[in-house]
Write a protein of this length. Structure first.
Ligand code: ATP
Ligand code: MG
Lengths: 250, 363
């Protein structure tokens, strides 16, 4: 049983013109087994929240705390956060030229598990994970995300989610760019990870479609750098219908 | 021992060809103030395969087959007693690479060395030249490819860090021949290489690639010169370098000339540099001169950049520690070239060497 507690989180980006405040006090608690959906307009700070939890160097935390099972996440290096059990499926996964998927996955699994996985079982494990996500086994030998289509990158993220077995996963628009079939396949992957590891999920999305496959326990509306409303699954339907007009501006 | 004569135009450092080179670190190779030693450090390793002959032949019997305006090359041509000649007969297909070793083991004086590699018509061969140890070496390697010859030519500059090495690798490509070179420079205090190509027949292809890694105080210079003087020849150049540490300096020059007669030329050259720390400097100068518009293609690109934080973040977000993430990214950067070396032992040795160069970065 794990708990990720985000309290009063304030985050800025440093630009040539000085610091710009993006997150203005985010409060959110995610427990094992729970699925939280975050919906909100473009530019409201959803990815900033996701990256800040994962420790991206571009973002500067200016206030608040992030605690995972009592441990101070903000004091950890990026790799330590992964070792503590956090995982971020990125909105725009990064290409790493010259590094094969198989080498990358094995290096990551070795780091996270503390020892190199046994080669024979590992090969089978990777194959099964690829198979389950309808990925061609040839992806193993390709370079990480290099030349992958948008949808292939997202499948690759969820494949890592299944192989690396985190406690809490943040999925940043994993559904964007997926065709109908891929959306179902990827969602099934997330649900498998939930079932296998009692995973807690923070799912950032613009569409209710994915929520038909991955049922949220809570829906949060994100606007202007913080959470402005919270509710159950019915809130997502309301947003789809009415948009964010009542939460932004005026 | 003999003092080098100074009957060539001695570089002053103002010449275009010498403007990046710290002449004061050349130990007098360029101006004749170095003393030469009678050392013949180049040796063949292993047994001769059928169709291969290696010999030392008096200089008068093996005159140079090319011109060079380089003062040190000119000196090599006039000073050496004999030439190391490697002959590969016509219609020979070598199963294994021919390995030449130079384990210099001495910087008490300068060695001048001339090498000739002749690849016979319609033959296929690989030649690997491995340089290690301490040396002051002025070298000229002329490579002559007969029609239809295919040569893979790998040179490894894994010198000790006090070595001084200047060399020209000049390839002359006759009709339908292929010259594939991989130039690896990781050791040495000052290394200045001139990989040059001259086409004498159409349908030929020169594919030049290289990897260099300069750490504190090293000057590693590669000056490529490709002369398209005949129709329908093709050239590709791809060099990648990494630099780290105070005073690490790399120079990459890519001169490509397409003469009026060279219709149907297809050329592209690329140089990428990765700066791993402050205090290092990469000079990269591609240069294309075209005298005919009737070509298939001609282009170049050159980039010099720092570590990609996004790549590091991505790897680290999967639990990979920072040192290992850096190692993966740098290995990945070089993999494009190193993974094409058809010798796994050399591939692995180079990757380990790159890892160890990288370990110096954090210090
Ligand atoms: N370097 C920067 N300079 C100025 N503004 C920045 C910089 N980096 C991020 N921002 C701004 O921060 C805000 C939040 O961006 P973020 O990516 O978190 O939004 P988002 O909610 O994920 O949007 P989307 O739904 O489009 O993915 C945006 O307005 C963005 O322009
Ligand atoms: Mg976003």
């Amino acid at each position: 049983m794990s708990t990720l507690e985000i309290r009063g989180l304030e985050v800025s980006v440093i630009t040539d013109k000085g610091a710009i405040e993006i997150l203005k006090g985010v409060d959110l608690t995610i427990r094992s087994g729970e699925t939280h959906a975050i919906m909100g307009p473009n530019g409201s700070g959803k990815s900033t929240l996701a990256y800040s939890i994962a420790g991206h160097p571009k973002y500067t935390v200016t206030g608040g705390s992030v605690i995972l099972d009592g441990a101070d996440v903000l004091a950890m290096k990026v790799d330590e956060r992964a070792k503590a059990g956090l995982f971020l499926a990125m909105q725009y996964p990064v290409e790493v030229p010259g590094v094969s998927v198989s080498n990358f996955l094995r290096t990551a699994a070795t780091a996270l598990r503390g020892e190199a996985p046994k080669l024979r079982t590992w090969v089978g494990e990777v194959k099964a994970a690829m198979n389950a996500l309808n990925m061609d086994p040839g992806f193993s030998e390709r370079n990480v995300n290099e030349g992958f289509s948008g949808g292939e990158k997202k499948r690759h993220e969820i494949m890592q989610l299944e192989l690396l077995r985190p406690k809490i996963a943040i999925l940043d628009e994993t559904d964007s760019g997926l065709d109908v079939d891929a959306l179902r396949i990827v969602s099934e992957g997330v649900n498998r990870a939930k079932a296998a590891n009692d995973l807690g999920v923070l799912l950032i999305t613009h569409y209710t479609r994915i929520l038909r496959y991955i049922k949220p326990d809570f829906v949060h509306v994100f606007a202007n750098g913080h959470i402005v409303e919270e509710g159950g699954p019915e809130l997502a339907d309301k947003l789809e219908e009415k948009g964010y007009a009542e939460y932004v501006g005026s | 021992m003999s003092v080098l004569a100074t009957n060539y135009l001695t570089p002053t450092g103002r010449e275009e060809a010498w403007r990046f080179t710290p002449l004061n670190r050349l130990a007098g190779l360029h101006d004749g103030t170095s003393t030469t030693v009678e050392r013949k450090s180049l040796a063949l390793k292993g047994d001769l395969q059928p169709g291969v002959r290696a010999s030392r032949i008096s200089r008068e019997l093996v005159p140079s087959v090319s011109e060079s305006s380089d003062a040190i090359v000119a000196r090599v041509h006039s000073e050496v007693e004999d030439v190391f000649v490697l002959d590969i007969a016509d219609d020979t297909h070598l199963a294994d690479a021919v390995h030449l070793f130079r384990s210099a083991g001495g910087s008490d004086g300068a060695e001048l060395s001339q090498v000739r590699i002749n690849v016979g018509a319609n033959s296929t061969a690989s030649v690997v030249v491995e340089n290690s140890g301490s040396a002051i070496l002025g070298e000229d390697i002329e490579i002559v490819l007969a029609p239809g010859a295919h040569l893979t030519f790998i040179t490894l500059q894994e010198w000790a860090n006090d070595s001084i090495h200047t060399a020209r690798h000049h390839a002359i490509l006759d009709r339908d021949s292929t010259f594939k070179s991989v130039t690896i420079t990781v050791g040495g205090s000052l290394v200045r290489l001139l990989p040059t190509v001259e086409f004498t027949g159409p349908g030929s292809f020169a594919d030049l690639s290289g990897v260099y890694f300069a750490t504190a105080g090293q000057h590693l210079e590669h000056r490529i010169h490709i002369d398209h003087g005949v129709p329908k020849a093709k050239s590709r150049v791809n060099y990648k370098g990494a630099l780290s540490g105070e005073g690490a300096h790399t120079v990459w020059i890519g001169d490509v000339f397409i003469r009026a007669a060279a219709e149907g030329t297809d050329t592209y050259e690329l140089n990428r540099n990765l700066l791993l720390s402050d205090g290092a400097r990469a000079d990269s100068v591609p240069n294309l001169e075209i005298e005919t518009g009737e070509i298939v293609g001609a282009g170049h690109a050159s980039t010099t950049g720092r570590f990609d934080d996004e790549q590091l973040f991505y790897l680290m977000s999967r639990g990979i520690p920072v040192d290992e993430a850096r190692r993966l990214v740098v290995r990945g950067f070089f993999a494009e070239i190193i993974s094409h070396i058809e010798d796994e032992e050399i591939q692995e040795r180079l990757m380990v060497r790159i890892d160890s160069e990288l370990e110096k970065v954090g210090q």
